[in-house]
Design a protein around this ligand. Structure first.
Ligand code: ATP
Length: 277
């Protein structure tokens, strides 16, 4: 983690990921068209959109795993596509990723899983790697004895935490989380959100979180971006979502499920609720 500016919220100058005019197609099927997005240092950005709209495609494109046909993406000021091998390596060490289904290697213990990125990018002694892995295990709220357990011995919530520990292995500035609370019960999901918020506050971590979880959006996210019509339709704080005039955004943020989690301080939604009652 490069900095620990814990008390300051990000400003517009603090954009660490800048997506501009990005087009992505697979064959004749266009998924993203003229897509723009900013991710700011130290924020939890919630990324939402209908199923199959391209949230994972954009995430993978930012990570350089999908080809784009147009536009630019800068991560920490580096255009990954044009970067030298050295620059790419430096960027890769500043991000951690928790993929939706690619949680952990089943044949490796938790500790060995966490050490995979360390082995790939760093040249450390086994003893130091063990110590670092133990620190990560503690950081994500797992008990020390989780270190030598295998994924099959862990609960769903513990697997997510262990996968997060692996994403944090290289002390990244940003973590990308693809639906991190899917499959968790509401208590487990709320605890995971708490953990993410704590990491943002204590480490200055930036979090890019693809999610369908309304609780996470309302409780944990500083800003939200909505993908629709092949681009980011709107990005901003929750209040911007509540005021935005688009049928999908309205039904999502003012729908029945949203009203069960929205709190009175989010005036607009509770007003909508009051009007209906
Ligand atoms: N490598 C690929 N080749 C061809 N089509 C792809 C590829 N990757 C994704 N797609 C298609 O792109 C579209 C968007 O997929 P994506 O996984 O990004 O959706 P999503 O918004 O993340 O959906 P969900 O919320 O259901 O996970 C889908 O139609 C998917 O089939």
């Amino acid at each position: 983690m490069a900095e620990t500016e814990t008390s300051e919220r990000p400003t517009d100058d603090d954009v660490i990921i800048r997506v501009r005019g990005v087009d992505v197609s697979f064959g004749l099927k266009q998924i993203l068209k003229d897509c723009n997005l900013d991710v700011k240092r130290g924020e939890i950005l919630g990324f939402v959109g209908g199923s199959g709209m391209g949230k994972s495609v954009l995430l993978r494109t930012i990570l350089g795993l999908n080809q784009k046909q147009a536009g630019t993406i800068e991560v920490f000021g580096v255009d990954y596509e044009k970067a030298s091998d050295e620059e790419r390596l430096a960027v890769e060490q500043r991000w951690g990723v928790l993929f939706q289904h690619g949680a952990l290697f089943s044949s490796l213990s938790v500790m060995e899983n966490i050490q995979v990125p360390m082995r790939e990018y760093l040249d450390l002694s086994p003893k130091l790697m063990d110590e670092l892995a133990r620190l990560k295990i503690d950081l994500v709220g797992l008990q020390p004895d989780a270190a030598h357990k295998y994924p099959s011995e862990l609960s769903g919530g513990m697997i997510k935490r262990a996968a997060l520990a692996r994403a944090l292995a290289l002390d990244p500035d940003i973590v990308f989380l693809d639906e991190p609370t899917s499959g968790l019960d509401p208590i487990g999901a709320a605890e995971f959100d708490e953990l993410i918020m704590t990491l943002r506050d204590t480490l200055g971590l930036t979090v890019y979180m693809v999610t369908h979880d309304l609780d996470s959006l309302f409780q944990a996210c500083d800003r939200i971006a909505v993908l629709g019509q092949k681009r980011v339709l709107v990005e901003g704080p929750l209040q911007t979502m509540l005021e935005f005039d688009d049928p999908w955004v309205k039904s999502y943020f003012h729908g029945k499920r949203a009203r069960t989690v929205v709190t009175p301080e989010h005036g607009e939604a509770s007003m909508a609720e009051r009007q209906e009652n």
